[in-house]
Design a protein around this ligand. Structure first.
Ligand code: NI
Length: 170
């Protein structure tokens, strides 16, 4: 178990499609532990395996004590959104783009289906921040980053910002 390095915007691995997980084994449990430790060390609400360079369909979340959201550490293996409705336009950030945030459009409520860490299927309905987080993490598994949704102008401004503020740039 280890805190792993989180890949930063610009890393080509962040653009890859993650593979379906076919076996719930010890190696997967180790990956989940690494995701857990890395997410907590970075004080994130969620982390996808893609962000530590592992192209497998799993992400983890912890929404803390926020009202109306499930509590504690959660694991989503082979997740899919089976229903989505409504619309939100809220500020989002990403551990792969530290220091930046921007408003993006998301569904306001989602029904997500996934396997838990024992491989048991479950469904969960989430709204608000929870719904946004699920969509954001699921996007990571498909090589999508939230800044991809910015308008061309805002995207240009982001790229300029990133050039200046990217960690390790000084
Ligand atoms: Ni992210």
């Amino acid at each position: 178990m280890a805190v792993r390095r989180i890949l930063l915007y610009g890393d080509p691995l962040l653009r890859e499609q993650a593979r379906e997980i076919r076996e719930i084994n010890g190696r997967l449990q180790e990956l989940i532990e690494d995701l857990r430790e890395t997410m907590y060390a970075a004080k994130g609400l969620g982390l996808a395996a893609t962000q530590i360079g592992v192209l497998e369909k799993v992400f983890v979340t912890d929404f803390g004590e926020r009202e109306g959201l499930p509590r504690g550490f959660m694991v989503f293996i082979n997740p899919e959104i089976v229903e989505a409705e409504g619309e939100l336009y809220e500020e989002e950030g990403c551990l792969s783009i530290p220091g930046y945030s921007a408003r993006v459009k998301r569904a306001a409520r989602v029904l997500v289906r996934a396997l838990d860490r024992e491989g048991k299927p479950f469904e969960m309905e989430l709204s608000g921040l929870g719904a946004r987080a699920i969509q954001h993490e699921l996007d990571h598994l498909n090589g999508i980053l939230y800044v991809d949704y910015l308008s061309p102008l805002k995207r240009k401004l982001f790229l300029r910002w990133w050039k200046k503020h990217r960690p390790g740039n000084q």
